[in-house]
Design a protein around this ligand. Sequence first.
Ligand code: PLP
Length: 457
Amino acid sequence: MDSTAKSDAWRADRDHFLHPYTDFTTFQDSGSQVVSHGDAMYIVDEAGRSYLDGIAGLWCVNLGHGRSEIAQAMGDQAQQLGYFNTFGHSTNTPAALLARQLAERTPGDLNHVFFTTGGSTANDTAIRLAHYYFNRLGKPKKKKILARNGGYHGSTYFAAALTGIHGIHYGFDRIAEDIVHHLSAANCYRRPEGMDEAQFCDFLIDEARHRIEQLGADNIAAFIAEPVMGAGGVLVAPEGYHRRMAEVCQQNDILYIADEVVTGFGRLGHWFASEDRFGHVPDILITAKGLSSGYCPIGAAVFSERMYEVISKPQGPGGVLSHGFTYSGHPVSCAAALKSIELYEREDIFGKVRDTGPYLQQQLKRLSRHDVVGDIRGDHLMAGVELVSDRDAKRNFPPDLAAAEVVFGRARDYGVIVRPVGDTIILSPPLIISREQVDTLVDSLDQAIEDVSGQLM
Ligand code: PLP
């Protein structure tokens, strides 16, 4: 590709921006698609071409692009108070109000909000404070964390250690290998031969019980799980799994951390999925992304009353809870989140998701007409289409074929953005998507798969 024909931004990006999760062998030639603006369901690139955003930026722009009310709220707040720290006894109005709004919307007695800069730092916070909690209770041996294969929890050093997508770890060190233990993914598509879903659920619960026995409940602090696994391929656990895992945790004095970075703020049709979709109240709830509809970096770890009572007690005279980020409770991020919450409510966004979500899942079933489609799964506006070279054997394509990437490229030619992860194509559109736009998304994906099937097989 002739880079001289490209814009200054394109060249600056290729030469200096060390992108996250990028294949730099192809990047030097192809560079990036420079996205210049967005409007509702669409993004527009530098060349002026518009695309239906089938992934809400990265599971986050839930209210759609270019919402002037959010921009206005951020601008007003920046002018009034761009920043002041929240350490110690200092706060700002949007952070205080947002903490209360979150406490009112999270389930059960999850009433105490620790603000972070995103999902990874919220997960790190949860683990650090879970360890601190048990230290303060006189149970300092409770250090181990149960996570799951296929789980994604972020990219800070500890959040990466929690992450169970093994490809992500190639060539990297794994800290905390003796601390983090991964259980099986709740992957119904790839469950052991001959098991129905109910038996698979029993199998997963038994596995967790055995692992706890092996490691010793006295050594385990927490279990972390996404209500629906996202980056691991949109895996929906068997019926009853989360509730039963929560019971196992409770029986063993293990904290249940629900990582709702993707599932929170309406993607599954409710504020949060843990209670409303899956019938349990976690001890710590993690949120980010949809909290500000992606307009500003912000995350939060929300703690129960039981935990708050312990972690808020000073270790001694003048002792403080020694944890925090410069940008914990950043006023501009909090203003974006407060406005987002107002819009979610005023526009009944989650009610709409309860209509368009099942509609998307139903429309996607059409894709089963392609031999390369092995599984179609999801929940409301979170969907995965797994590609296989052999349907009966459920065999994926060789990695060098980059099958999902090929489909992604073809879908983009048709003006829709989907997300290839391994051999799965992920869809997570803004929650404002209409039924007509669902049709466009699925029709384009259908056509893209049709076009490339011959090349893949
Ligand atoms: N947890 C889950 C479930 C996620 O999907 C992500 C990011 O995609 C994270 C945590 C990490 O969030 P962040 O990238 O904001 O640090």
